[in-house]
Design a protein around this ligand. Sequence first.
Ligand code: SAM
Length: 269
Amino acid sequence: MLVCSSAASRHKSLSTIGFARGSTYVKYPFSVCADQGNAPRHRKAANTNCSWWRAARSRFVVKALLERASRRFARLVTDAVVARPGAWRLLRPLFRRQWDQLAPTWEQLRRPDTFDPYVAGLNTLPEPPKRALDVGTGTGGGALEIATRFPSTEVVGVDFAVAMMAIAASKVTPSLAGRVSFRQADASSLPFGDGEFDLVAHNNMIPFFDEIARVLRPGGHALFAYSSGAETPIYVPPERIRAELERRGFSDFAYSSPGRGTVLVARKR
Ligand SMILES: C[S@@+](CC[C@H](N)C(=O)[O-])C[C@H]1O[C@@H](n2cnc3c(N)ncnc32)[C@H](O)[C@@H]1O
């Protein structure tokens, strides 16, 4: 808790503002020194000698605004790329930079239930996949969920952000080394042959439908989880995913909304 050194005992505690949407959650020190009577809070703050408090407030505000901007950018890129996959070439460099910058703090920004819809989707699979791909794996959480759930599955995680891949790779313990690997790759042109995977999974990731259909074997499954449902910065509505997949020969769609998230699983015919 942040306290004012001149009035620690009278200082009110932190409160929270509404930046808990999507995958990020920011706490902001709204309280001011309690020695300022009943004047409006913003005026009290301006008059206070608590320079540390003003600095902390500025830092929190800047951080929250940057996070909000980055969430908006993620949604903008998602919408643009799903509508026009060709837009990816233009947006890619900036988007990749954003994720490389976010990598060191990514796990602090995520909520503890981030993977709940993803795991719920894994639980609907009729049998353990022999080989699974986690696309846009970030720091590797989804890939490790698959490896934990299915102890004989070989799992590959890909992400185009080098910094994300470095963190993911550091999680491959000796006991996982033969079975779990991470590789830097762009989901729009995956470095794998046709039909190599039984499962292609995404957690909060932009789907590249042509590549998903290509690398999945017939009878394999595609999984699309969004931790905060429609509030997730990277989000594609299930009707849109379904329409794209139907055009590519998928069927057996199973949609559910566990907790605050959503998940769609479909089978390639
Ligand atoms: C919202 S994060 C999700 C990370 C991870 N799935 C999780 O839930 O923690 C999106 C991730 O997708 C990656 N990404 C975005 N577009 C990509 C692309 N075209 N190819 C590979 N990775 C991509 C980003 O680098 C980022 O790590």
